[in-house]
Design a protein around this ligand. Structure first.
Ligand SMILES: Nc1nc2c(ncn2[C@@H]2O[C@H](COP(=O)(O)OP(=O)(O)OP(=O)(O)O)[C@@H](O)[C@H]2O)c(=O)[nH]1
Ligand SMILES: [Mg+2]
Length: 416
């Protein structure tokens, strides 16, 4: 009894909805029919013969519907193909399905401060000096001759040079008084600082305009790289910089400078391989004046095998530059490679005798435990260390800061 009632209600409900559906379909059909008739009329207006107009409009609708269907199918297919191209981890039989791994967002390291970069660049020297120094001093109960002898040996090993080491040790012996072994470290640090601070001025561009910086040094020490980094730094400070590719010994040298010029976004004046470097100097000086540049940096070849050749070449460049720009070059920067240790000092002396070197750029400090070199150069050559190179990147050249240097060398941070 109950069932018959329910079935009647369901039947009535379905019939009602069926009628509504039929009416809706009729309305759609009528609407479509009207649209088609209108389309056919429009086609007749456009010149389609009356007997074909209805057929053409049906054909157009058919094509439209087919196009929409093809597009929908193509999208579905493409999605499937993409999924197939990035396979999901396969679940082994009997094993639960492996959930897809969510790649963690890469964590961006905060940019390093100047000090941290210097600290990183000096890491090898730091470990060699401070590592040995700390184990020597923390294990000692008093400051005696043996301890001071070992200290001397550590300095020699880190390439402070014999003369500088003796100077430092003489000062330590004189001032040690009743210092404890650990206080000796601070005493040494301050002695190194005072040797360095005698020689650490940076290049002052304001003295001349354009300021001409001639870069010299034997091959492979990092002249061109240093020029690229300098160009970038001065450009960042809003200076107008022109570079001269004075190393005409090989075509690749000018290409290398051109690449740095592009990276730093500065003009590079170059000639062909084998050209006279003085001619490059002449054109570069003219270009720097014409463009009202603040700074001209001239690269040179490091392959002049004899002192006489080097002297002649430099005289010629000096003459040409001085004729175009009063008192140019205003700075002759000698680039030395810290990894060559005491040999760099020998090179520096040769250049000092031949060219009027006015400052030093010490490169590749990052690649060596011989960072003591910087101290030896400052102390023995009487020349200011203007810049230190602490890596191959464009930002890896630092104006030499004696305080930062000794702090980084003696830093007893948690990683040391
Ligand atoms: N790690 C490190 N590498 C450096 C640094 N400065 C330069 N270099 C590398 O030293 C190599 C030689 O550098 P260059 O700039 O071509 O040297 P160069 O004095 O111009 O050499 P020549 O043109 O052949 O006389 C390159 O591979 C540089 O990337 C530095 O501070 N640290
Ligand atoms: Mg070069």
């Amino acid at each position: 009894m109950e069932w018959a009632k329910i079935m009647d209600q369901v039947y009535a409900f379905l019939t009602q909805w069926w009628q509504k559906l039929v009416i809706l379909l009729q309305q759609i059909g009528n609407g479509l029919g009207q649209q088609l008739t209108q389309l056919a009329r429009q086609l007749e207006v456009w010149g389609v013969p009356a007997q074909y107009s209805l057929m053409v409009s049906y054909g157009a609708v058919y094509l439209l519907v087919t196009l929409v269907m093809v597009l929908v199918l193509w999208r579905l297919l493409r999605r499937r193909l993409r999924r197939a191209a990035s396979p999901r981890p396969v679940a082994h039989p009997g094993m639960p399905e492996v959930p897809q791994r969510q790649e963690p967002e890469p964590v961006k390291a905060p940019p390093l401060t100047l000090y941290e970069r210097m600290r990183q660049g000096l890491a090898k020297t730091h470990d060699a000096v401070l590592g040995r120094l700390d184990s020597l001093l923390s294990g000692a109960s008093a400051v005696d001759d043996d301890l001071l002898d070992e200290l001397e040996e550590i300095l020699i090993t880190a390439d402070f040079g014999v003369k500088t080491t003796q100077e430092l040790m003489a000062a330590v012996r004189q001032k040690q008084g009743s210092s404890s072994p650990l206080q000796i470290r601070d005493l040494l640090k301050e002695e190194i600082f005072s040797l360095l601070s005698l020689a650490g001025e940076s290049v002052d561009l304001h003295r001349h305009c354009p300021f001409v910086l001639l870069v010299v040094g034997v091959n492979g020490v990092g002249k061109t790289t240093t020029i690229g980094k300098l160009a970038h730094q001065f450009k960042q400070q809003g200076k107008k910089v022109v570079l001269g590719a004075g190393d005409t010994f090989r075509a690749a040298a000018a290409d290398q400078l051109a690449i740095w010029g592009e990276r730093a976004d500065v003009t590079v004046i170059r000639h062909d391989e084998g050209a006279d470097p003085a001619a490059v100097a002449f054109d570069a000086a003219k270009a720097a004046v014409a463009r009202k540049a603040d700074l001209l940096i001239l690269d040179t070849a490091g392959r002049l095998h004899t002192k006489v050749n080097l002297m002649e070449e430099m005289k010629k460049i000096h003459r040409v530059l001085g004729r175009e720009i009063p008192h140019a070059p205003h700075e002759t920067l000698l680039v030395l490679d810290a990894t060559t240790g005491q040999n760099a000092l020998v090179q520096a002396r040769l250049f000092q005798e031949t060219v009027q070197v006015s400052g030093i750029a010490l490169t590749k400090l990052d690649g060596t435990a011989k960072g003591g070199m910087a101290v030896a150069i400052a102390a023995e050559l009487g020349l200011p260390v203007r810049y230190v190179g602490i890596g191959e990147g464009i930002e890896d050249l630092r104006p030499f800061d004696a305080r930062m240097f000794v702090d980084a060398l003696f830093d007893v941070g948690e990683d040391s």
